[in-house]
Design a protein around this ligand. Structure first.
Ligand SMILES: [Zn+2]
Length: 62
């Protein structure tokens, strides 16, 4: 059973080279890539990629 309060699966993009990884966003807002903590280029900063596959309320400001 999926727990909706659990971590959500997201996409994260490396801020250096733009490579996109599967990632998880934790309830505290942190984003961690799955399987590795850093990009192939060595960067460890990732930006969450917003996906429109789910219908999100437009007033969700973050
Ligand atoms: Zn990178």
């Amino acid at each position: 059973m999926a727990n909706r309060d659990d971590v959500s699966r997201e996409l994260a993009e490396c801020t250096e080279c733009g490579t996109v990884y599967a990632a998880r966003q934790w309830p505290d807002g942190r984003v961690k890539t799955i399987g590795s903590e850093s990009c192939q280029c060595g960067c460890t900063e990732f930006a969450l990629v917003e996906t429109d596959e789910e219908t999100m309320p437009p007033d969700r400001a973050e």
